[in-house]
Design a protein around this ligand. Structure first.
Ligand code: NAP
Length: 290
């Protein structure tokens, strides 16, 4: 048996096409959706992520404002920039690229964002809305994973989903979304006893641990749909390579599997632009077609 490869690039392209159409509609009603992206320091991976986000934004007609700031920036200066962007009616979404340098308190910065401009969905108001099942901005990576799962399986109701990882960015919001989709949800983390046995029960397995090759064949029930969120840079004799949290051999037992790269990554960017559009629509309800 060989797993179907889930094409995240194609799914992201479809979503971006929908976003582009809706952006055009909002623009025709006089609103130009705009995303401010803040990058502090010069981490090469973050620079690549930001560049990709800006490029995709332009492709769907979203204006972007890029703020590239030095690594020794004071927290107070970053908070002042966020306050200005919060108050700017021409900016609908604000993204602070993580990680931030050590002198800056990440939590304080994320809580300073206006919740309706928090397109990453990390502000406690959006986290609370997700937990309560109320409208809000949902973190992009888990929202992208959910769409890939629904594309594969349709209704997720009653399926047993196991999420490996309990971070605020991926694991916890992923579990909340799967619960909302009526899955039975198990969260596995570094203190879980017998993670392999827990994962083997999964109809849906989402790996978000940041551990290359953690999920091996004996962790996967034959036919399970496996979403590999991990992005791990591994050095080889031939140079660096990006690998996921799922070992390649899992393709022999899974029913479907996302590749790394080309699986979850492209969906994350598409959902960011989707969130920016919906932030603009919520801030300007008159610009939404009825
Ligand atoms: P994180 O904050 O480091 O969290 C990792 C989680 O995995 C923690 O909850 C940790 O448990 C758990 N874990 C670590 N080792 C484990 C093990 N051996 N067994 C079971 N659980 C284990 O990472 P993150 O920000 O959630 O990111 C996870 C991965 O996804 C990373 O590779 C990251 O690069 C990638 N990522 C990809 C995208 C994308 O767009 N594709 C977006 C975001 C993140 P404890 O809580 O007990 O420590």
């Amino acid at each position: 048996m060989s797993a179907r490869l889930i094409d995240g690039k194609a799914a992201a392209a479809r979503l971006l096409q929908e976003v582009a159409q809706d952006v055009a509609e909002v623009r025709a009603r006089g609103i130009q959706p705009a995303l401010a992206v803040i990058l502090v320091g010069s981490d090469p991976a973050s620079q690549v992520y930001v560049r990709n986000k800006l490029r995709r934004a332009a492709e769907v007609g979203i204006r972007s404002l890029s703020h590239e700031l030095p690594a020794d920036l004071e927290q107070i200066e970053l908070l002042a920039l966020i306050a200005a962007l919060n108050a700017n009616p021409e900016v609908h979404g604000i993204l602070v690229q993580l990680p931030l340098p050590p002198q800056i308190d990440e939590a304080a910065v994320l809580q300073a964002l206006r919740p309706d401009k928090d397109v990453d969905g990390f502000h406690r108001e959006n986290v609370g809305a997700l937990a309560l099942g109320q409208p809000g901005l949902v973190p992009c990576t888990p929202a992208g994973c959910l769409r890939l799962l629904q594309d594969q399986l349709g209704d997720l109701s009653g399926r047993h989903a196991v999420v490996v990882g309990r971070s605020n960015i991926v694991g916890k919001p992923m579990a909340a979304l799967l619960l909302q989709a009526h899955c039975t949800v198990t969260l596995v983390h570094s203190r879980s006893r017998d993670a392999a046995a827990l994962c083997r029960q999964a109809d849906i397995l989402v790996a978000a641990a940041g551990q290359p090759g953690l999920v091996t064949v004996d962790w996967v029930k034959p036919g399970a749909v496996v979403i590999d969120v991990g992005i791990n840079r591994v050095e080889h004799a031939a140079g660096a390579r990006l690998v996921g949290d799922v070992a390649p051999e899992v393709a022999a037992v899974a029913g479907a599997l996302t590749p790394v790269p080309g699986g979850v990554g492209p969906m994350t960017i598409a959902l960011l632009l989707h969130n920016t559009l919906s932030a603009a629509q919520r801030q300007h309800p008159h610009a939404v077609a009825t």
